[in-house]
Design a binder for this molecule. Structure first.
Ligand SMILES: [Mg+2]
Length: 412
């Protein structure tokens, strides 16, 4: 499957975190589903068990997203061109990506993680860091929790996960990969350096082929070898990346597990008893929808950056458009304005409309502070927000749509 690059260009705070050893010992679990997309396909198509299965784009110009372990025996791996994979194993079963299904199972897996700690940082659909330091009293030590999580995933989804348990993200991630598939690897506290010493350098995050080649010239093959190079040398040769390598090789990594709010959306859609033909009517419905979506966002104290519009036509075709704003919003009129822009791209003026939907995603908690240097902007935004909240209160008190934006009333 496509892996997200975790070891991206390190920033300053990143390096600060890398260079310190943890003040308090932490217990971090990294879990990673085994050949996730391919395993889901095997789960849903049991006849394919034991056969090489490749998930990805089916045209020869596309790439492999995931390969079952049987397919990997032929040298097929993710990110490989599909044409190459077909050459390596012509009798493999090639299947299209079903992202909706993977997402559905991913949600179930993430929910299992949340039973053991609120500190869950998803890295991709099938991978996450969990800080379980504070969970010991309730659920036992790190290895116990990792074992229970793996069992639970297996019994509730039928899929296997591998896990690594260690005192940092860096080590937990390396550990989870060591005994794949269906493996559990524990790095005991105090034995981090020992654990790393004999591993080849490509086990470290963000060590690409070029760096490996260049390090080989310095007779560095293992992570242990890497600890023999002084910081100055690594820094002058590889810049920030070299500094990262210096600390990583020593197992130093204090980066916290940062929980990300689930990528949810708040929205509303309406199916009309009679198809809407008139653009004026469509706009009126859109205004009404935007009002309800805005109110719902404000009720949940949420703001969102991405506005999506869904239009279903009377021939049952659907056109969805979305745009991402610079700043998150919960303002109904703003949502309406952007929806209108999106509407212009859907062809709603030419075909009768059956259904309209607006949703806001990329959500953020509205209570989080804003930057003070945007003072002017904030003040007008604050004003609007207060006004919207007052309108919401009135509508709650006196029934759904007592207070409507002026334009909506004009059209009545
Ligand atoms: Mg995986």
């Amino acid at each position: 499957m496509i892996r997200k690059q975790v070891g991206k260009e390190p920033g300053k705070s990143y390096l600060e975190n890398m260079s310190k050893s943890a003040d308090n010992p932490r217990t971090i679990i990294h879990t990673d589903m085994d050949a996730f997309y391919a395993s889901v396909e095997l789960l849903d198509n049991p006849d394919l068990r034991g056969k090489p299965v490749v998930v990805g784009g089916l045209s020869n110009r596309s790439v492999v997203s995931a390969a079952s372990y049987e397919a990997r025996k032929f040298g097929i791996h993710s990110a490989m061109p599909t044409s190459t994979a077909r050459g390596l194993c012509p009798h493999a079963v090639f299947m299209p990506v079903r992202m909706g299904r993977y997402r559905e199972i991913s949600e179930r897996i993430m929910a299992i993680f949340h039973r053991y700690t609120p500190l869950v940082e998803p890295i991709s659909l099938d991978e996450a860091f969990l800080d379980v330091t504070g969970s010991a009293r309730l659920f036992g030590n790190g290895p116990d929790i990792a074992a229970v999580i793996r069992e639970t995933i297996k019994s509730e989804t039928g899929l296997t996960a591998s896990a690594g348990v260690a005192s940092s993200k860096l080590l937990a991630k390396i550990a989870s990969d060591l005994h794949k598939p269906d493996g559990l690897t524990v790095v005991d506290p105090g034995r981090e350096k020992e654990f790393l010493a004999d591993l080849p350098i490509d086990r470290l995050w963000g060590v690409g082929k070029t760096t490996i080649k260049s390090l080989r010239m310095l007779s560095v093959g293992t992570i242990g070898d890497l600890t023999r190079l002084p910081l100055e040398l690594l820094a002058s040769k590889y810049g920030k990346h070299g500094v990262h390598l210096y600390y990583a090789a020593r197992g130093l990594d204090k980066r916290p597990v940062t929980p990300v709010r689930e990528a949810k959306s708040i929205g509303h859609e309406d199916t009309f008893r009679e198809d809407l033909q008139d653009l004026k009517m469509i706009k009126k419905e859109l205004l009404d929808l935007a009002g309800r979506v805005g109110a719902r966002l404000r009720r949940h104290e949420q703001e969102g950056k991405t506005v999506s519009l869904k239009v279903k036509f009377n021939d049952f075709s659907t056109n969805s458009r979305s745009k991402t704003l610079l700043e998150a919003t919960a303002d109904s009129m703003e949502i309406y304005r952007h929806s209108l822009e999106l509407l212009a791209k859907t062809g709603a003026d030419r075909t009768p409309v059956r259904l309209l939907g607006i949703s806001i995603s990329n959500l953020d908690n509205a209570r989080d502070g804003r930057q003070p240097d945007l003072f002017g902007v904030c003040r007008s935004r604050e004003k609007k927000k207060k006004l919207s909240l007052a309108v919401d209160r009135l509508n709650r008190k006196f029934g759904s749509m007592v207070v409507k934006p002026g334009r909506l009333i004009d059209n009545d």
